[in-house]
Write a protein that binds this ligand. Sequence first.
Ligand code: P5A
Length: 442
Amino acid sequence: MRFSRYFLPILKETPKEAEITSHRMMLRAGMIKQQSAGIYTWLPLGLKILRKVETIIREEQNRAGANEILMPTLQSADLWRESGRYDAYGKEMLRIEDRHGREMLYGPTNEEMVTDVFRSYVKSYKDLPLNLYHIQWKFRDEVRPRFGVMRGREFLMKDAYSFDLDEQGAVEAYNRMFVSYLRTFERLGVKAIPMRADTGPIGGELSHEFIILAETGENEVFCHKDYLQLPVPPEDVDFDDAEEMQNIVAQWTEHYAATDEVFDETKWNEIAEDQKIAARGIEVGHIFSFGTTYSEKLAAEVTHPDGKTRPVHMGSYGIGPSRLVGALIEAFHDDNGIIWPKSVAPFDLGIINMKPGHGACDELSEKIYAACLKAGKDALYDDRDQSAGAKFATMDLIGLPTQVIVGPRVAESGDVEIKDRATGEREVLSVDAAINKLMAEI
Ligand code: P5A
């Protein structure tokens, strides 16, 4: 992509309304634009990152055996009356009336609707286990939307729902999602610690929040230090091996880890002082197991091998891709801007032509850009007629992992400079050596 043709509205001023780094940087880097409180347009750069986050989540959900569907954002109130949550949900639910006077709502979550999908088709134990998920916008009329996309009113959620014959099956489904989450966050480059948590309006007993430690996090959390170095299961981990899944979950729940809502002083005091972490964290995922809470009310039942019909055991599993974009910036930035992990970087590399119109600078920049196009590398080529200083600042702000700097002095001798955004290390190479290196390494 040529920068001159790209819609990337960089802000010079730091927006006053933004209280935390990620919100400030997302606005300044032209990733999002606020439309109303807690409601955002995703601009091209932001959207690219959001899509990459979604892709990793999707790949790991599929790997764990979940099926992707897409349910609508608008739901009928009647469905929620069946579960009893229509009145219980309160003011966080955005209620809408259509032209026929039918009561609708903008979904804050999909337990009812997915149970309706399930009960329409599945009648026998032979079709279980089943896990259905989608990645869809949600609306919650939060009292205090803040920190940009971190606590939005409209936000993206990956929500998966498991259906099993009995409690044992439901635990196994829970374990698969638990392991899938460990892998997902690892691939996103962050350490998210599973912690015992309150179940709130979703309900049920068994629940874990996945928390990234960060000073700006909204949750107060308490956990054992060992969680920082536990191994994450590799990509060939066998999701069909229930025992292996159970062992991984056992290892990841062995020590104390909980949010302040379910703080247990006795267990906390059992941890040695130098092993304690009391910190703030960002909740990026939350998983629940709630048995037959919804299936009983919505009559989602299957026949068992003994011929009897019983309600299915369910769980639901959420990740916030839009919140994650903010959380990743909280984890990866310096004073100059964002430093994207490679797995979600919006472009593979940036090319800075320091002096457009200068023969050698143009020639070498174009040569590298053409090589990227040919090799399928996604490059952002800054070909604009702007000062080199402004271009450096912009490239640092938007956080592409690798920059190629083409300046008049080195270009005269056929060389370019490669800069690593994270370390700041620079290396001067001939243009051909640079192309070889970039094509091999990024
Ligand atoms: C689990 C899936 C649920 O709603 N039902 C379906 C269950 N869980 S949850 O914890 O309430 O939300 C799941 C994840 O969504 C993200 N999230 C948000 N992101 C941005 N702004 C918000 N206001 C917001 N609320 C929830 C979080 O990542 C959360 O873990």
